[in-house]
Design a protein around this ligand. Structure first.
Ligand code: MLC
Ligand code: AMP
Length: 493
């Protein structure tokens, strides 16, 4: 493993590092721009990065990494409650944003460091920037917020060691190199888009082409123009499969890529099949988590294995355990919880020693994902332990977080949130509401708007259903599986 996290940035060549729709940066320009900002934030405890899908957010993140200051990427569409929590929990010393970004409270109240791109030309007559002293491998690189089953999102502290080892393991599995041009349109406030999608190419000295926003046309164009790899969530591949069925151009563009990678949620076999039929090539699935970075992947040089997420990556130990926490014998029929350990794991949940301790079984991290393991070591994910975690469009959404917002509405007596199968999103968020006054229930649209305002647009319920009581067990716990089953008996709201 390279002793530095971003050796190619330190080398500052003229090769293209980052390409966004409006502007590109070479490694030399990136080093100059990020180096200037690194000098401004040197010694800060932490910085927030206003994580729009932009060159500014990428440069801001690299600056924090050069300075050895942990970066907290913030969803620019996060709602009031979510942003307030992230700022109060991570206490950033400053926020990095583009000069013309308008920041909401409480970010607007923080000292602001503008990410200027115009001054990015290296100074004339010599190096504008010299490589920094490399921070310790165990120091925090990033703090990424992720939803849990209850309460507000938790800040996952990821060390430089974890980031470097996970990216190197992926490079090994995918023969990913500085010759690759990675194409994606993922948001930059989560592991997939930011760590794999931005820091991956930058660690290897390759190129990221970010599309700004996802459209199937933009993906096809970027692949036609020299993109070699594509990263996406299953919703994106589902939409690409539809596009391929409609026009040959999309199919031939996808066929030209070296590697198509899907992750963050399961890619259904029908979409695997549709893409393979249209393009003649398979999609490779990899499995990861904010807390663990990447755990497994189908290898680029191996057989296509639709339906599996491949074997464990280099240096990752993976086991399946039964309900008692006992390791399962090797038998492809046996379903158990996935537990992992290795250099890819997070350090802790910020300010949550209790939650950190609960997440581990000895040195093993409990993922909450249920799986079987084929005789050749490939992992097949079959579901999750918690019904309170929803994956919609590749975003993890905690039911409890949304229920708390719904319950804050005066017209709501009881609320439960579930995920229902959705061909496009994987799962869609559904809210089940017992109104305070059965004669005058609140408008579904009002409840949806409240969630979007307090949390984020992707956490909005797609449907709101009203009922007279929630099904509960003897202990008073809501029976969410019953809700899904009894759906047809309930009137839609
Ligand atoms: C949503 N919308 C609603 C609504 N719900 N409008 C009205 N009522 C509702 N109930 C809005 C959205 O805000 C959006 O608005 C528009 O409708 C379309 O919504 P969508 O179809 O959900 O989203 P879309 O914009 O089309 O995006 C789909 C997507 C996106 C796939 C591009 O979901 C996405 O970027 N997903 C990536 C998630 C991700 O990166 N996960 C990685 C986590 S890390 P508007 O205004 O925007 O049009 C991880 C670890 C690992 O998991 O292993 O990788
Ligand atoms: P997050 O907490 O947002 O990082 O989401 C992590 C979760 O996404 C994992 O625990 C899995 O449930 C799910 N996930 C990630 N990659 C895959 C995949 N390839 N197939 C199925 N589920 C996945």
């Amino acid at each position: 493993m390279s002793p530095s996290l971003l050796p190619a940035v330190y080398a500052a060549s003229s090769h293209t590092a980052l390409r966004f729709p409006d502007r590109s940066f070479s490694y030399e320009q990136l080093a100059a721009a990020a180096g200037r900002i690194a000098a401004q934030i040197d010694g800060a405890s932490r910085v927030a990065v206003w994580a729009t899908p932009s060159l500014h957010a990428s440069v801001g993140t690299v600056a924090a990494l050069l300075a050895g200051v942990p970066a907290v990427p913030v969803n620019p569409r996060g709602g009031e409650r979510e942003l307030a929590h992230v700022v109060a929990d991570s206490v950033p010393a400053a926020v990095l944003a583009a000069p013309d970004d308008e920041l909401p409270e409480p970010l607007a109240g923080l000292p602001r460091v503008d990410v200027h791109l115009d001054e990015a030309e290296p100074d004339e007559g010599g190096a504008a920037w010299s490589p920094p002293h490399e921070p310790p491998a165990e120091s925090a690189a990033l703090i990424v917020y992720t939803s849990g089953t209850t309460g507000p999102p938790k800040g996952v502290v990821l060390s430089r060691r974890a980031v470097a080892s996970s990216l190197d393991a992926l490079a090994d599995a995918w023969a990913w190199s500085d010759a690759d041009v990675l194409v994606h349109a993922l948001p930059l406030f989560h592991v997939h888009g930011l760590i794999l999608g931005v820091l991956g190419p930058l660690r290897l000295g390759g190129t990221l082409r970010h599309l700004g926003a996802f459209t199937t046309e933009a993906v096809a164009e970027a692949l036609r123009e020299g993109g070699t790899m594509l990263f996406g969530v299953p919703t994106m591949y589902h939409r690409l499969a539809e596009a391929c069925a409609e026009d040959r151009e999309s199919a031939s563009a996808l066929a030209g890529a070296r590697l198509l990678v899907s992750g963050s949620a399961p890619l259904p076999l029908t979409d695997h099949r549709r893409i393979a039929e249209a393009t003649g090539r398979g999609v490779v699935e990899r499995y990861g988590m904010t807390e663990t970075l990447m755990n497994t992947s189908v290898r680029a040089d191996g057989e296509p294995r639709p339906g599996t997420v491949g074997p464990p990556l280099r240096d990752v130990d993976l086991r399946l355990v039964d309900e008692a926490g006992e390791r399962l014998p090797e038998d492809p029929e046996l379903v158990g919880e996935v537990q992992v350990r290795g250099p890819n794991l997070f350090t802790e949940y910020l300010n949550r020693p209790d939650a950190t301790a609960d997440a581990f079984d000895g040195g093993w991290f409990r993922t909450g994902d249920m799986a079987t393991r084929d005789a050749d070591g490939c992992v097949r994910l079959v579901g999750r332990k918690a019904t309170d975690l929803i994956k919609s469009g590749g975003y993890k959404i905690g039911a409890g977080e949304i229920e708390n917002v719904l319950l804050s509405h005066e017209g709501v007596a009881e609320a439960a949130v579930t995920g229902e199968p959705d061909a496009d999103l994987g799962e869609r968020v559904v809210a089940w509401i017992v109104p305070a006054d059965a004669e005058a229930p609140p408008a579904g649209t009002e409840l949806v708007a409240l969630v979007a305002e307090q949390l984020a647009p992707h956490k909005r319920p797609r449907e709101v259903r009203f009922l007279s009581a929630l099904p509960r067990n003897d202990m008073g716990k809501v029976l969410k599986r019953e809700l899904a089953k009894g759906e047809e008996e309930v009137s839609a709201g």
